[in-house]
Design a binder for this molecule. Structure first.
Ligand code: CA
Ligand code: CA
Length: 479
């Protein structure tokens, strides 16, 4: 036991960190093979090493593969040695299985093998030997022996598609097939990873997947994508080595420039709790960024408070449209308060909102809350109407009362003390002369049928007959 642990530790230390280059992999049919002549590992370590490269210890299930690998491990280049392959009978003696658990059916064994010498020969290897009876044949050996090995991994055809997107988001498609094989990859086998480095990626789940011919075609929507992020599509776990045939890197996503309004919005109809924001629609040649713009977002901010999204206005204008004016009515504002208002244009797609325009500052008018509420509720016109109606009714009542009073109140005839006769020499005939009747108080002399005429007498007033201008009566106004 102690010996086994010691060997394990030593072998662990001796794991070579250098990665095989692409030209060390040999393509045959639908797979790639790596014959590692330099690294010596025990069986489990060798399998882990191959997994790190995106594969497994080699699986040999045809004469063609057996022959191909025999050529690769030509003894002309290396001394006699046996290379670990993927078969083992660790679980059940003499029941050899491959790494995926399937039973070994192809017989590549050297004559007399496997012999399970000492009862602990459970891992298969492929001989490279100058002895023709051994060369290219399998043997069973101790799994703790440190030996060279052969890795194998699948070969895939990748077809990548990516389109321009708004900053921060990506929309990519990765289609994969297996070369020279009718097998279609399961959906979960095609994966996408995004990150600053190969070693620090995050996995992105596919948003949709379908089969087109022999291709598994998966699409991915990436959020929080940064400009210098690398995007990898890979089959199975992401292999961390510098070269891999099971993964491929997308070209950097080309982002759209988000649209921005050059000018600040304007404000109109400024009330105590409401106003109207107006702005010119986004125009490609005058404003910044790229369209098409699908909507606008209006932001409102009061001093010391956060910017609030006050509403969105859909744009039917789109790119290249003629100049148009957009507007949004803001309500429920505070009276007498300064507001900074800005508008942003939003282009189509996820994350399409552009930078906010310059601010316009406006202060709402000051009105009492009650009146404000009345104004907003539309009660004021009714109040005006009511007041007007009451005034008219009151006026009517006064007029009616005056009329009634005039009708009820007979002219009061009273004696006119001190009425003099007309001055001598101009006295009209007595029988034609009508004594005027006074009404009202003493100061208010009105006489029926007479109208006032200027008089040279200081203490009397003269009245001239409406019917006969020649008739004049003088009345002493001093009572
Ligand atoms: Ca055995
Ligand atoms: Ca043996």
């Amino acid at each position: 036991m102690f010996y086994g642990i010691t060997i394990f530790v030593l072998n662990f230390i001796q794991i070579v960190s250098s990665q095989p280059s692409a030209d060390q992999w040999h393509i045959f049919e639908d797979a790639l093979y790596l014959v590692d002549n330099d690294t010596r590992l025990n069986y489990d370590q060798a399998q882990s090493y191959c997994q790190e490269l995106g594969g497994n210890l080699a699986r040999i299930d045809s004469d063609e593969i057996q022959s191909f690998l025999t050529d690769i491990v030509s003894p002309g280049f290396v001394p006699t040695r046996c290379f670990f392959i993927g078969a083992n009978d660790i679980e059940d003696e003499d029941e050899f299985k491959w790494q995926d658990g399937t039973q070994v059916r192809y017989d590549g064994w050297s004559p007399g093998q496997p012999d399970d010498t000492e009862g602990n020969r459970d891992c298969a290897c492929l001989w490279s030997s100058k002895n023709p009876s051994r060369h290219g044949q399998w043997d069973d050996t101790n799994c703790f022996n440190r030996m060279n090995f052969i890795c194998q991994k699948r070969l895939y055809n990748f077809t990548l598609t990516s389109s321009r997107s708004n900053p921060g988001s990506g929309y990519v498609t990765c289609a994969v097939d297996i070369v020279d094989d009718n097998e279609i990859l399961p959906p979960d086998d095609i994966r996408l990873s995004v990150g600053k480095t190969l070693a620090s990626t995050r996995s992105i789940p596919y948003s949709s997947t379908r089969v087109i011919g022999q291709f598994r075609d998966s699409t991915f929507e990436i959020d929080n994508l940064e400009e210098d992020d690398m995007i990898f599509c890979h089959v199975g776990d992401l292999s961390r080595n510098t070269t891999s045939f099971s993964r491929i890197q997308f070209l950097p996503i080309n982002f759209y420039a988000l649209p921005g309004l050059t000018f600040s919005p304007a404000v109109d109809d400024i009330g105590s709790t409401s106003l109207t924001v107006t702005w010119s629609s986004w125009i490609p040649c005058l404003d910044t960024g790229e369209g098409p713009v699908v909507s606008y977002l209006v932001y409102v901010q009061t001093t010391g408070k956060e910017l609030i999204n006050a509403g969105e206005v859909d744009s039917d204008e789109g790119e290249g449209a003629l100049h148009g004016t957009m507007e949004l009515a803001l309500t429920e504002l505070e009276p007498g308060t300064e507001y900074n208002i800005s508008v942003s244009a939003v282009r189509e797609g996820v994350g399409g909102e552009g930078p906010r325009s310059p601010f316009v500052s406006v202060t709402t008018s000051i009105v009492s809350a009650r009146r404000s509420a009345i104004l907003e509720n539309g009660i004021l016109p009714w109040i005006f109407f009511g007041v007007s109606l009451a005034g008219n009714v009151l006026l009517l009542v006064v007029i009616i009362k005056l009329c009634r009073r005039r009708k009820k109140e007979p002219f009061q005839t009273r004696s006119l003390k001190g009425v003099r006769t007309t001055p001598s020499g101009s006295v009209p005939n007595d029988d034609q002369y009508e004594v005027p009747r006074a009404r009202g108080d003493g100061e208010d002399h009105l006489y029926e049928g007479l109208r006032r005429k200027s008089s040279k007498y200081s203490e009397a007033e003269g009245y001239i007959s409406m019917d006969g201008p020649d008739r004049v009566e003088y009345v002493n106004t001093i009572m």
